[in-house]
Ligand binder design. Structure first.
Ligand SMILES: [Zn+2]
Length: 309
């Protein structure tokens, strides 16, 4: 079975449930509802083809049968701006023209804000463009794709776009793709991470401990315009997985190694190395008594700490 076939939607969920699942704020959807069938049928939302959660994400309803698989990548190509014009000028279906226009607008908002694109996959009988009776499409299955999609091409002059499933499924990625992936992760873990406030003193002590060198590769962090050395602090066991916010669980890494620790093919191996490094530096800290240039003081959590001066 092809990868495209693997994601063919089978269940019939409501647009409301899927939009909420994707992270869309459904407050107004519920509050502005006056439909006798309940808020899920609120016509202000439930027939829309796109949803925008400002500065966080967009959600698009896309037909699975219109997608393609090219070299293992799943692609959706279309042009909703052209659709909007067609309905405005040819069919006279202004409601469809408006929905198509809003989908095109959503793509532009996502591009301007580098926002994740979530896709509600639809299967069923798709309306034929040339059908003079304008019979609406009939949806038989509707599911939220668990993977976010990437806008790989968008023509600002015409509205033609190409989406590709996944963020890291392209041959090469850059910092904006990482930023997108981070936004998706934050969306998923929002409730979890909101509870964590990192102790600034832990980060500071780890930076002091590193003496400006990456604790994995030993290279000095790059020198900033201010003259400071740049390193990134990293929790060996993530806070979201129950990792403690203590020096024994935090390392200072160069920017490259930090990304590798999160996204590299060898990240499991790196995690083992970092756990050993963090444990070793912690034991050095406890073992090195009355060294020169080291003072001891009581910290507010009554733990003995050393501060290098
Ligand atoms: Zn490094």
């Amino acid at each position: 079975m092809s990868r495209l076939e693997d994601i063919r939607p089978k269940a019939q969920h409501s647009v409301f449930d899927l939009a909420e699942q994707a992270g869309f704020d459904v407050t107004d959807w519920i509050e502005s509802s006056n439909d006798a069938r309940g808020h899920k049928a609120n016509p202000k939302y439930c027939y829309e083809w796109a949803f925008v959660e400002p500065e966080r994400l967009i959600i698009l309803n896309l037909w699975h049968p219109a997608m393609h698989e090219i070299d293992g990548r799943i692609i959706a190509k279309d042009n909703f701006r052209a659709d909007a014009e067609y309905h405005r000028n040819v069919t006279g279906k202004t409601s469809w023209a408006k929905r198509a226009k809003r989908l095109d607008d959503a793509l532009q908002i996502a591009l301007r804000g580098n926002l994740p694109v979530r896709v509600i996959l639809i299967d069923g009988i798709r309306r034929s463009k040339d059908d003079p009776t304008l019979t609406p499409s009939s949806v038989r299955a509707r599911e939220l794709d668990p993977k976010p999609w990437t806008i790989v091409a968008y023509d600002w002059d015409t509205g033609e776009f190409e989406l590709s499933r996944g963020i890291f499924d392209q041959p090469c990625v850059d910092q904006f793709d990482l930023d997108l992936a981070d936004k998706v992760a934050v969306e998923r873990q929002e409730k979890l991470t909101a509870a964590f406030v990192r102790d600034p003193a832990v980060r500071r002590r780890v930076l002091v401990r590193s003496k400006g060198r990456c604790e994995l590769c030993g290279n000095e962090g790059f020198k900033m315009a201010s003259g400071a050395l740049y390193l990134e602090t990293h929790h060996v066991k993530p806070l979201a997985d129950g990792g403690p916010d203590i020096e024994e669980n935090v390392v200072a890494l160069c920017a490259d190694d930090h990304r590798r620790a999160h996204y590299g093919a060898e990240r499991d191996h790196i995690a083992e190395q970092l756990a050993a490094i963090a444990a070793k530096s912690a034991s050095n800290r406890h073992g090195a008594k009355s060294k020169k240039n080291v003072i001891e003081k009581e910290d507010p959590h009554s733990r003995r700490v050393r501060v290098q001066i």
